[in-house]
Design a protein around this ligand. Structure first.
Ligand SMILES: Cc1ncc(COP(=O)(O)O)c(C=O)c1O
Length: 372
């Protein structure tokens, strides 16, 4: 079957280019809303797209709660007029003061943050309370990824400190389980249910002691199909990010994400045929993310059977018995294996509608600092 991304005006598009398809983006947003049982159960992570325009599509679909990793992403979401933004990344050093500045600069947006350490809770409290500000803070739980977060015993001690701290409102738990990336749905489901049981027991214990635990913000795209079906936990919010643009890495691995479709492609061209069986494309590591293992970074659409043999800053080299089919200048469409860092390599995405490029969206929050 021919792929659905081919553009009528491809001859005029510079390569390498990142191209977004808003019709597919809208469908992906509608699909996760349907899977989750309503937009209020979602808190998507914007790290994948980093654009005001895409955040506005989510807002237009009724998704009002958002999540991000950087102060620049939080500011981008505020510029999009998102009413609720959680910075799900530990704030330390000057970022504590930038957080306060953000709250002052964008009063229409409610900003929240996470903490996993008593000193961090105290620092947030000092910075906010001294300026007459306040913010909702979620305790970041380490539920097995061992990247950030505090274990449940530590959280039981930290939560009362959070409740007592001036300038801070207890927001509940942040539960990110990036390690739950098993291929089969049943394995992910068993892992999610096993991690939630003690988390919900801690929540019940804290609530019995009079400490409010209003929300539990859970997971990314791989665990989303499981959290989406858990409807009996009040305040459970699902926080997938990748789903909105989707990539070849997740798309080829998780059958239960079948209705989610890649909405971003790379347009690349053949630039050289250095040997009889090699074809080189202008899709180097500065155009497509190189964090997946070599040979698994990109999926070339409708390309003859080939083996990736080299990837440099500006070159992607494959070997194929069918090199004679290709000429320098030929256009090739490619799906990145990992879309989030791929997007961050591009200053803007071209927007494709009805087979034509109709505009561009700046990847605004690829910068670390906007104005705050
Ligand atoms: C804390 C946090 N939440 C949510 C996500 C979204 O995950 P995914 O990109 O798998 O949708 C990520 C991704 O890295 C993350 O780090």
């Amino acid at each position: 079957m021919p792929h659905p991304y081919r553009l009528i005006d491809e001859a005029a598009i510079p390569s390498p280019s990142l191209i977004f398809f808003p019709d597919i983006i809208r469908r992906n947003i509608a699909e996760v809303i349907a899977m989750a049982g309503g937009p209020g159960r979602l808190r998507p992570h914007c790290k994948t797209h980093k654009t005001v325009e895409l955040a506005k599509l989510q807002l237009a679909a009724g998704v009002l709660k958002h999540k991000c990793a950087t102060i620049a992403e939080a500011e981008m979401l505020a510029i999009a007029d998102a009413p609720e933004v959680l910075i799900a990344y530990p704030l330390v050093g000057p970022n504590l003061h930038r957080f306060a500045k953000l709250i002052r600069k964008y009063p229409r947006t409610e900003f929240g943050a996470i903490a996993d350490d008593p000193a961090m809770v105290k620092a947030l409290s000092e910075v906010l309370a001294s300026q007459g500000l306040s913010a909702e803070i979620l305790v970041d739980l380490n539920v097995g990824q061992d990247r950030t977060g505090i274990d449940l015993a530590g959280a039981a001690e930290l939560y009362p400190l959070l409740v007592r701290s001036p300038g801070l409102r207890p927001g509940g738990f942040h539960v990110y389980d990036g390690h739950n990336n098993m291929e089969h749905h049943e394995d992910r489901e068993a892992a999610v249910r096993a991690l939630l049981t003690p988390v919900l027991a801690l929540r019940a214990k804290l609530e019995r002691a009079g400490f409010p635990v209003p929300r539990v913000v859970c997971g990314g795209t791989p665990s989303f199909p499981i959290y989406a079906t858990i409807r009996d936990v009040p305040g459970l919010e699902c926080s997938p990010g990748t789903y909105v643009l989707q990539d070849y890495g997740y798309g080829s691995k998780y059958a239960d994400l079948g209705a989610i479709t890649p909405a971003a492609v790379l347009l690349t061209r053949v630039i050289s045929k250095p040997t009889a069986n090699r074809v080189t494309l202008d899709l180097g590591t500065k155009a497509v993310a190189s964090d997946p293992p070599a040979g698994k970074r990109v999926h070339l659409l409708e390309f003859a059977p080939h083996t990736p043999v080299g990837h440099n800053e500006e070159h992607y080299i494959v070997e194929t018995a069918h090199a004679d089919r290709y000429r320098p200048g030929d256009v090739v469409y490619a799906l990145p294996a990992h879309i989030c860092p791929t997007v961050a390599l591009h200053k803007e995405a071209l927007i494709a509608e009805n087979g034509l490029i109709t505009g561009t969206w700046p990847i605004l929050a690829r910068d670390r600092v906007l104005t705050v």
